[in-house]
Design a protein around this ligand. Sequence first.
Ligand code: FES
Ligand code: MG
Length: 603
Amino acid sequence: EVGLGTNGGGVGSSSSPSKFRSARWFNDKSNPEMSALYADRYFNFGLTEEELMSGRPIVGIAQSGSDLAPCNRYHLTLAKRVREGIRSAGGIAFEFPTHPIQESSRRPTATLDRNLAYLGLVELLFAYPLDGVVLLTGCDKTTPAFLMAAATVNIPAICLNVGPMLNGRIKGSNQRMGSGTVVWKARDLHAAGEIDDDMLVEMITSGTPSAGHCNTMGTASTMNALAEALGMALPGSAAIPAPYRERAQVAYKTGRQIVEMIHADRKPSDIMTREAFENAIVVNSAIGGSTNAPIHLNAIAKHTGVPLDLNDWDKIGFDIPLLVNVQPAGEMLCEEYYKAGGLPAVMAELLDQGKLHAQALTCNGRTVKDNVSGQHSWDRQTIRAYSEPQKESAGFLHMTGSLFDSAIMKTSVISDGFRKEFLEDPNDPNAFECKAVVFDGREDFIQRIDDPKTSIDKRTILVMRGAGPIGYPGAAEVVNMHAPGHLLKQGVHSLPCIGDGRQSGTSGSPSILNASPEAAAGGNLALLRDGDRLRVDLNKRKVNILVAEDELERRRKELESKGGYAIPESQTPWQDIFRRETGQLNEGMVLNCAVKYQRVAQR
Ligand code: FES
Ligand code: MG
């Protein structure tokens, strides 16, 4: 059940003409000429004076769907129901396009678009006569980009997810095919020579059966769950599959809710508090959330002005168990997850255990407790009871050491085979040492992984560098590397990986990710060579280079004499600007110059 605020949405409420922000444009009594000019051009598509100049709230609809952004494309239809909700509650809808962000086809990477869409949306929300905004989210980076912008501008804002796709299936089989997860499966089979090119395409595209975003617990499902956990989306709304009738129904309710929020002046800064971020971290562990979540949530927190770092993720999130049995950490897909109760069912478990801030305020004016209390799942195969989790300690470790200052590791996806090989030495549990093989970007990896001269055995750690925010640029999802063909054929699927890039949220590799500072920003990753030994200790949260200090110093001098770690040239002006302004992944990869602009609508 999707909850709507007690105030219903402001129908019939008597608002004075000067009550809202948009009155500065359309109802400026001191300058009626300017008001006429501001309103004038909106008449040309049929809006009337009564609608624009009588003090009704003007509500933006930030449209992220387009042919370029197919994950979010269904928003072109859903927006109609949002409008009807806004209108029925007494508001006037202004729908406008945002910079498209499409995870799967944007070159070189859609993370470049997160900060670009953020900048664009900040300008729109600040500069136009908008009293509040409905953020149409979905594909991975749309959600954080829009929440970052809502935080910066700080006008009432609510997220509406496009919803996940239906379950994928492959012809002639009942096997679930999850978008993203099927790619890794197909890639391994293809690399081992078990399927041909046609079957590779068939398998991968079977994960895409309908409108909507990825149907796995990848970054899209994760970030929309976290938007709901933060209180920025209606309870129960994040997981509704795109084609379900409840999706269009919640679009309508979201439209009504934003009008109520504008009347109540309930802003992002009232909702996205430190408590709300802590709730989101706890939820991320319980759902088996993406390793991209810390990057994005930390970025939203930065723009909100709430202190949050990777130590918080380890401290608050690591010990929380995995409750959701959805790929990549589990078996199901989002359709089953939604039917099992979705996020409110997960949060009800966490609430009972005192793991959530029960009194945190949400967009509908109610607390987390009001929204989710007692909504436990009836499907214990898909959403577990807290006492019988899918896995213990499903959060992220915050790793530090001599190879980098900061990186994360998701241990809940570690396979039994990997655990046995690397972590179960009784003399040294949860730690291992092995030799590194180092790749400079994905192309280098593809060229060398199956080259017999690249000596990789089942005790090798694969290192990927040159894949961070500056090196790539935007940070590539390439740290999850598959084992070479000769090992795959022996059944060795999981080699440990380390890198300064990211990993797809749908990946299940035992990887140490987002290493900061990256090689291109002077990190010690740049000094590593094939054959160097590394020591990884999960209990101590350390990754250390087992190379003598003076040898590292010698390599550093040598590298500096060559002008530092080499990176490819920028291909576009934005890549150039991005590289100059970006922070590192552990800090959310925000534009450094943007952080000081907070609550700009109140300036
Ligand atoms: Fe868009 Fe996964 S690629 S949601
Ligand atoms: Mg992704």
